[in-house]
Structures are given as C-alpha cells and as structure tokens.
Design a protein around this ligand. Structure first.
Ligand SMILES: Cc1cc2nc3c(=O)[nH]c(=O)nc-3n(C[C@H](O)[C@H](O)[C@H](O)COP(=O)(O)OP(=O)(O)OC[C@H]3O[C@@H](n4cnc5c(N)ncnc54)[C@H](O)[C@@H]3O)c2cc1C
Length: 544
C-alpha cells in the first residue's frame, strides 16, 4: 500500500488551525483565565496555518536582509532593507499583540494570552519574534524615563507595524532592541567598554554621547536600542539610543556589517560602532546591568515559550508527514518504532508547553509563590526548553528522511533556528548559574518551589525521590552546587514538568511521562517510553 500521492510524497502541512489543533495550548489558555482571548486566538491560529502566511515565512527567510551603509551621495544611511514578506510577518506579530499586550492590558491573564500568540508565531516564523519580543520587554524600562515615555508610550502601545525609517515624531508605532554584547564578552557584561559622556539637556532629559562597539546588535532598524555603556562617575548604565536623535538628525550608530548567521536568517543582526551617538539614561546611573537584566527576564520567558513552539511544530510536522508517507506496507505512523517515537515527541511537546505556559501565567501575579517561581524557574525553563528544542528539531528532520534535509520544506529552517534560543539572552551555563544565584539570594524561594512540587509529587514515588534529592542539593556548599549546576537544573526541570503533567495532563500521558523520564534507560535519544503505555492514544490526545 502507498499513500494518496502517486509518488508517496506527503502533502505540505497547511491550511490548518495552529491553535484549535493543539489541545494542550487551548487548555493552558483556559487555565490561565484567558478565555476572553479564545476567539481571537482561533483567528490567529487560522492565520498562522494559512498558506499565504507559510509562504511569507518562507520568503522572509529566503530573501535575506541587505545592508546599505551609504546613500548614492555618500551620506551614511545605515539601512537594512528587507523583502516585503518580512514586513508581512512583522505586521502579523504586531497585530497579534506580541510587541506589547501584557504591558497595556491590565488583566493578569494577558500574559497567558500573549504567550499563546508568541508560541504560535514562533512555530511559523521565528525571526520576526526577535524585534517584536524585545520591544515588549523594553516597555517597563522605557517607563523609567518620563519624558522619553511621554514621546514613545503611544507608539509602543500600537498594534500597527510602521517600518518607515523616520524620527519618532513622524511614526505610528516603534520597535526597540537591545545592545549589550561586545567582542570581549556577552555573558560577563562587567567587561563592557562602551563609554558615555554627559552632553547637556535634551528633549528626553539629560543627554549623553556614546562611543564604542557592539558585536551582536540585532534588528538595527529598530527605532532605538537599550544599550549598556559606562559613565565615568557611575559605571555601567542603561541608555536609550534612538535611530533618529530627538532633534530630528540621524544618530551616529554606524552599522559595520551584518552577521552571516547559521539560522534566524529573516532577522538582521549586525555589528555597530557608536560614534558620539546620542543616548538618554534609562534607570539609575551605575545600575545598568540590573536594569537590563529586568528586561532579560521577559526575553528569557520568551525563549522558553518560543522553544516550546519549536518542539510543537517539530511534532506537528512529524505526525503529519508520518501519517502521509508509507513504507513497508504501512503508513509510517503505524510502524511501531515510529509510533513510539512520535508519542514520545508528543509527550516532550506537552511537557515543554506546560512548563512555558505555566511560567507565563505567573508573570501576571505578585503572590509570594509566583514571584519565587518566576525567579527560580525562568532560567530553568529557558535552559531546558531551549536544549530540548535542539534535540527534537533534529529528530523531526529525520522523520522526513531525505525530505527533511533540503531547503524545500520547513525542517531545515526549524532545525537551524533552534540553537539560537539557547545562546542568546543568557546561554545554557549562565542560566544554570542564574538559577543558583536566585536561590542563594532568596533561600525561601527554593523552599516555596520545592514545597509546591512535593505536594504534587507525593502521587508519584519516582518524582518524590527526585524532589528529595533537590532538597539535599540546595543545602550543599556553593562550590559543589556550582559544579553540579547542570545536573541540578535538569533535575528541577524534569520534576517541574512531571508535576505539571500530573496536575494537568491525562492519566495516560502523565504516567508515560513519569514512567519514561524517571526510568534509568531514558537518555539522549527520543523514542523510549514506558512499555505499558499505548502510544497511539497519546497521539490522538495531542492533535485534534
Ligand atoms: C543571532 C544572535 C543575535 C544576537 N543579538 C543580540 C542583541 O541584539 N543584543 C545583544 O546584546 N546581544 C545579542 N546577541 C549576543 C548573545 O546575547 C551572546 O552571544 C550571549 O549572551 C553569549 O555571549 P558571548 O557570545 O560573548 O559568549 P561568552 O560570554 O563568551 O560565553 C561563551 C560560553 O561560555 C559560557 N559561560 C560564560 N560564563 C560562564 C561561567 N561563569 N561559567 C561557565 N560557563 C560560562 C556561556 O554559557 C557560553 O556557553 C546575539 C547573539 C546571536 C547568536
């Protein structure tokens, strides 16, 4: 028997609803009290799965951004030009609230609503989420400078994508990026060398002139970037560096070259030189690193969400392909080894989605428990979902066989996109250290999180045993804990996922997750789940 296509070629997965086909996401939206957004998410889900969106996503990555440093008359313009498909994807992201929703809708559940949109957008075109989510993360910082926010608040709140390269006073909306990383180090920001000198009073408060270099500076066509630079008096300080100065002139942010990246091709990332560039202070002088780190907390949540989206897309593409491709007399999906692999991918996807959506829902709350969870679990979710996405997108590519390893299909792009989430916004080791820092600063946080996990884990002895190991680990001396940071973080991630599965997934799914992830045979290769579980039932529950 062969498939419906005469050459046994699986049709493209298209014209499906990315939201309604995903029961785990839809239930997470309901649990996060965001049913008010359900109809809009149904609309967005249809838009994301529609063929025109898929073609725009493809084109935005195929026709890469181009740098134009000078005008024909030799003036510096520092412009990156994009294919119209990029702007189509930016418009969708903006309209769907990814640039601002949780900071302009006061309902705590706006975080869940936002998270659902980002998770879907990342599945279809991830490059455009970079400037869009950075814009969202910058909003609380922009609010720290009254005159600047007075000039930019309405533009940040807009749902329109306005790509024009003109001063803020002429714009209908704006995007904001961030510039921390320098040649000598992106993790250790204390080594930054960019300088800022006071330069008198301007329209947005005291102005500074910035001199220095940034080695990775994404989305240079943003209307401004939050940049870390040192003042002589105070040390590392956060500045808003606009593309156009408040007086209407072009700011001296010179793009030197675009990065030739492994993936994330639709999005432009570059190296820049600040040549007495105008900047205004955001937050206290000398407190730039902690100011910027607040923003990074939001973008780390975004990495966890978007990597959960990659894993979901890897599963959705794999299930669709294997259901439409036949080998050795059966659809691939019905070959027992493949059924087991797909079921395992479904579990991985469900657990990643629960971890990220649960975390997002806590950003809307100020309870002691939710604050502790955010501090401890944001780096953990960022670390774990991003790592798992790298493995799962590779596995999904293989489900397509040779058809996965060509550019005429979605798998290559998904595979190349995955590692960047693990690198930027704090690489893997840095996330593990960040989690340790959180629990050493507030030892009560670890206790709250572990108590919460233990309450659920009592139903599942292997999970409870791991909670006990975590309790023993947190009281170890800090040098021992640092060496064990990856082990600790992985254990905490798996225990949290297991507890979320026990609370929110069906009995078969949670039993399969606990049975496999806490089995000594569970290892680096997907497709090993507990023998008593019926994998076909797991697949039916994962896709409607
Ligand atoms: C596509 C892309 C776009 C980017 N866009 C931006 C942007 O817009 N703005 C911006 O500011 N940056 C941007 N970055 C930079 C990114 O944030 C950094 O690459 C990242 O923070 C790591 O910094 P680094 O490259 O200097 O590596 P390093 O800091 O040198 O780290 C190298 C490795 O060492 C590990 N490490 C570091 N410290 C420790 C430690 N104490 N113990 C153990 N291990 C450690 C890290 O985990 C990492 O694996 C971008 C990067 C990429 C790839």
């Amino acid at each position: 028997m062969i498939g419906i296509h005469p050459d046994n070629q699986a049709p493209e997965l298209r014209d499906y609803n990315v939201y309604t086909s995903d029961p785990v996401l839809r239930r997470a939206v309901e649990r996060g009290d965001a049913q008010w957004r359900d109809a809009e998410l149904v609309r967005q889900g249809a838009e994301y799965g529609a063929e025109p969106t898929l073609r725009a996503a493809e084109d935005a990555n195929h026709f890469e951004p181009e740098l134009h440093t000078h005008s024909p008359r030799g003036e510096r313009i520092d412009q990156v030009r994009f294919h119209p498909a990029w702007h189509a994807m930016m418009s969708i992201a903006r309209r769907n609230g990814i640039a601002n929703l949780p900071f302009f809708d006061e309902r705590p559940s706006a975080w869940t609503a936002y998270a659902a949109s980002l998770y879907m957008h990342s599945q279809i075109e991830s490059g455009s989420t970079c400037p869009t989510t950075m814009t969202k993360a910058c909003i609380p910082l922009m609010r720290l400078n009254g005159p600047l926010y007075a000039a930019s608040g309405a533009l940040l709140a807009s749902l329109e994508h306005d790509a024009r390269d003109v001063p803020l006073t002429q714009k209908r909306s704006m995007t904001v990026g961030m510039g921390m990383t320098e040649k000598q180090g992106g993790s250790d920001l204390r080594t930054n060398t960019t300088r800022a000198q006071p330069a008198g009073e301007g329209a947005w408060g005291p102005e500074y002139r910035l001199t220095g270099h940034k080695w990775f500076f994404s989305a240079p066509m943003c209307d401004g970037h939050l940049v870390l630079a040192k003042t002589d008096e105070g040390g590392p300080t956060c500045f808003f560096v606009p593309r156009w100065r408040p007086d209407g002139g072009k700011n001296a942010v010179h793009i030197q070259r675009l990065k030739d990246k492994v993936g994330n091709r639709s999005n432009s990332s570059c190296e820049v030189e600040f040549v007495d560039a105008c900047g205004v202070r955001v937050g206290e002088e000398g407190r730039g690193i902690s100011t910027i780190i607040e923003m990074a907390t939001y973008t780390r949540l975004d990495c966890a969400l978007s990597s959960a989206g990659f894993i979901r897309q890897a599963f959705a593409q794999s299930l669709h392909y294997a259901s439409n491709r036949y080998a050795f007399g059966k659809a691939l999906v019905d070959q027992p080894v493949m059924t087991e692999l797909l079921a395992d991918m479904a579990l991985e996807s469900q657990a990643a989605t629960l971890l990220a959506m649960d975390l997002a829902s806590r950003f809307g709350s100020a309870s002691a428990m939710d604050l502790a969870w955010r501090r401890v679990m944001t780096p953990v979710a960022k670390f774990w979902n991003c790592k798992r996405a790298v493995a799962l997108t590779g596995e999904a590519m293989e489900v397509f066989g040779g058809n996965g390893y060509v550019e005429t299909g979605p798998m290559g792009r998904l595979f190349r996109e995955a590692p960047v989430n693990s690198i930027w916004e704090g690489s893997g080791n840095v996330m593990c250290l960040d989690m340790l820092r959180a629990i050493s600063r507030n030892p009560g946080d670890a206790q709250l999180v572990l108590d919460c996990l233990q309450e659920v884990a009592t139903q599942a002895p292997p999970v409870l045993a791991q909670v006990r190991k975590l309790r023993d680990a947190v009281v170890q001396p800090s040098d021992v804990l640092e060496r064990e940071a990856r082990r600790f973080t992985q254990r905490l991630a798996l225990v949290s996922q297991a507890c979320l599965m026990l609370r929110h997934a069906g009995a078969d799914e949670s039993a399969a997750f606990v049975g496999s992830r806490f089995d000594p045979d569970w290892g680096p290769v997907a497709g090993v789940i507990s023998g008593t579980i019926k994998p076909a039932a797991l697949l039916r529950a994962a896709w409607v």
